[in-house]
Design a protein. Sequence first.
Length: 744
Amino acid sequence: MVEKLVIVESPSKAKTIQKYLGKGYKVLSSQGHVRDLPPSKFGIKMDKKFIPEFEILKGKEKIVRELKAKARGCDVLLASDNDREGEAIAWHLSNILKLDLKKKNRIVFNEITEKVIRESVKRPRTVDMSMVNSQLTRRILDRIVGYKVSPVLWKVFKYGLSAGRVQSVALRILCEQEKKIQKFRPQKYYEIITEIFNTKAKLKFFDGLSLSKEPFDSLNKAQEALKYVSSSVFKILDVQNKKISLKAPLPFKTSTLQQAAASELGFAVSRTMKIAQRLYEGVDIGGETIALITYMRTDSYRISDVAHEKAKEFILKNYGQEYAAKRKNVKKSALSQDAHEAIRPTYPGLNPEPLKSKLSKEFYALYSLIWKRFMSSQMTDSLYDKQIIKVSDEKERALFVMEFKKRTFDGFEKVVPSRNETNEFPNVHNADEVKIESPSISEQETKPPSRYTEASLVKKMESVGIGRPSTYATIIQTLLSRKYVERDKRSLIPTFLGMLVNDFLTKEFSRIVNLKFTASMEKELDGIEEGKSDWQKILKEFNDDFVKNLERVSEEVKSGKHKLSLPTDADCSKCKAKMVLKYGRYGAYLECLKCDEKKKIPNGSNLQFDGKIVHVELSVPEVLNEKCPKCGAPLVKRIGRYGEFISCSRYPECDYTRPIVKYARGHCPKCGARTVMRKSKRGKIFYMCENNPASCDFISWYEPSDYKCPQDGEVLYYKKKKGSEVLFCQKCKKEYSIEDFLKD
């Protein structure tokens, strides 16, 4: 019997599938892509056709040699992921291993269970060249834009910047929102608030005008309304009783999972996808590797009949007949490829609670989120009684509208409880007199538009058809790594550099950063995948237009037209003339055109460009009450690339610097010395003994305390939990309140 070689993308997936297939099969991993366009040259021949020149990725040579050796004399089955990227990997492997593309050696699956894996190896198909061509088109388009536009940015701004076909559109979305925020000017308005039926109430209508749409814009108007409300007698104008239902949610697709994980768990998009990938490939549970969820890159809400039946069995057994919903048919979105099912538990009956002690905290949190969403999506709607009470004066000039809801059947909320229920309904009837308690004026201010978070940016990109489920995390990560965007808590804020780059691209490469054009290109890629469009024709049409634009801009850059020199409000320290902002090898700096004085812009400075002038607020180093040990000048605290540090105030004449040492609250658990706080290259805080590495090797991601565990006497560590802080023991896993130790 000829052994079959199955090639998957990841090692953990290989381990899980090997267990299911057993003897007669050898499962190996390609560890993702093994071949790509060269990193150091354009790599695309463009004569009559677009021909990519692929090469083995650096570091993958050993893997390729092993796959070639193992493939000799074996039937090869290519089991990369079931999407365009996975199909392209299968095609690359076919070429590397010299497999016959007409032969059926491609297998796909959306869940890693023994039944599905065994069925998939019995039904191989040929590599889908339409999917491959769609992926190649995307890759070539991105290479054309990135490889040709990025050098233009280097000449205008600084080396190391990049442009991307989808990345630049995402940046435009963020920058346009930031401009709206900068232009926003708050307006004061006034509300009349009171208490009715022991519940806070706002005046909704006055003299026939809706105060939700047109609130009081002056204090005088609000005072007149308050005077009237305070002196009037109010009665029940109308009582309406309704029965309403709250619809069960849809299961997750990639974008909605990313949004929910961000809002409910605080996970970045990239973190969510890494954890989901592991849950899909298989995690260790009690010594056994089990795949917990189905494929996590999907834009479909579809659920298989088998999954629905399994969910129904669980619901009937644990909740009862009235909670089991009938089969739901969800209308496919016009932008959805619908190639996969929605993201769901591989085994619907596997409740997350028993797994809590067997999974890491983040694995459990994400699996629980997915399981609850899927199970609730297969349950009945929750039911409510709703009461709407209108309270008005006799002349009906002032009207309060109050709503109350009372849940009568929890339905899907049995699994995901909500806070939709309010107080008990007031026992009132039409014409009953109502007491208005302590009416007053509340001064409010209009709020600026909200900045995008990772979750809301994903939602926006999906709604306008930009990118695909597999690309959202990469797009955001690229914007952050290029310093076009920075995080402020959960918000994504364009940097000064990001705003300038966006303005340049929007003006000079308007088609590339056009939302409608980018969305239409996504549809073209879908057409190629479906076999309806010619990929070479689409590439030629794009490139012909792009080259004309690129040649124009390149000539203008050579002539010096786009040489960046922006006027600022910063004064030259020598001649007091206004300086201009320029970009050099190391970023932005200020220069005086009158006396050639140049000035570095310190980290932490605030730069705002209003379209005409750059407003500059330079960060001023904090002077310390300490002298420089080298030259005797005062020492100052500065902000550098990796945070705060101390240096001589005469820098660069004197180069003395030292880091700012921050000590942990607890001492070293090994030697009793002080523990210092450090920051990794990725910005993550860790703790180490001040004697490390000289005489002590203690290092920890958690901050040690000086308290001991009452259970086993081990050192307790601080950790965050649900917005607060607790002490926990790494040995016995017990957690304690800090207050319990402070009492002692």
